[in-house]
Design a protein around this ligand. Sequence first.
Ligand code: PSU
Ligand code: MN
Length: 305
Amino acid sequence: MFEQYLDISDEVKFAIENNQPVVALESTIISHGMPYPKNVETALKVEQIIRDLGAIPATIAILDGRLKVGLSHDEIEMLGKAGDVVKASRRDIPFIIAKGLNGATTVASTMILADLAGIRVFATGGVGGVHRGAETSFDISADLIELAQTNVVVICAGAKSILDIGLTLEYLETHGVAVVGYQTDELPAFYTSKSGYPVDYRVDNPRELALAIKAKWALNLQGGLLVANPIPKEFEMDSNVIDEAIQEAIRQQTALGIKGKESTPFLLAKVKELTGGDSLDSNIQLVYNNAKVGAQLAIELSKLK
Ligand code: PSU
Ligand code: MN
């Protein structure tokens, strides 16, 4: 009886019921991932990119304890401005409902809400993963477990090296999650198109990807896929600059003893601070690029239905 907690916008509901392509979008990237007002501008532009390609965007969050699929522009603006939005992953959802709070959904919780609504494609910037030093901190994002069990495809720009990329890939392999390179053989590293790690499979067009997804779910192989779409060349950062910033951010995190759910937002904000505005500009561009692939994939999937 999850319906009692869920509000789907009229536009998104109509699209889902009529097998029109829909792309889910998360809200932690708005509230915790980028500063105001760039966060709101980006979120609105991402929606527009998806519309221009012929799909329907569904930005997802929890507002006043209601699970929302398909936010209005005013709601996006509110989330981007408000200082008191809770970063909401899987474990947080029931309590944000019970307390009537506002929650920004992470990759994990956006997948959960998209799945409840019947949306199968979700585009974002970066996903959580196995953090560096996880062998002692145990800091492994709930996003990875979600990918293993919830039937939503996540399009990202690869793994940031605030994470241990090698361990993140091992973890996904163990949990049966394929990492797919979109027009690339190498896993991109978010701000740059190269990480040094190969992907499990390369696909070169949305149709190939849609066929694999259709087969996966037809075979009842539960869980999502992680599609890694490289940042466009012209927006890539210098890998030395970004690596140094990440190392410094991790040093400061360790010195301050920052742990748990604060860890990723702290590292993201620090890297941004240490690289000036450059990393933010790259971040915005790679999200646009992922929205594009998300829309194309959603369109292919709706044709195969
Ligand atoms: N990585 C990014 N940008 C982000 C996030 C991660 O490059 O905005 C956000 C996403 O919402 C992701 C969450 O789901 O952080 C992961 O947090 P944690 O590591 O605490 O699970
Ligand atoms: Mn964590």
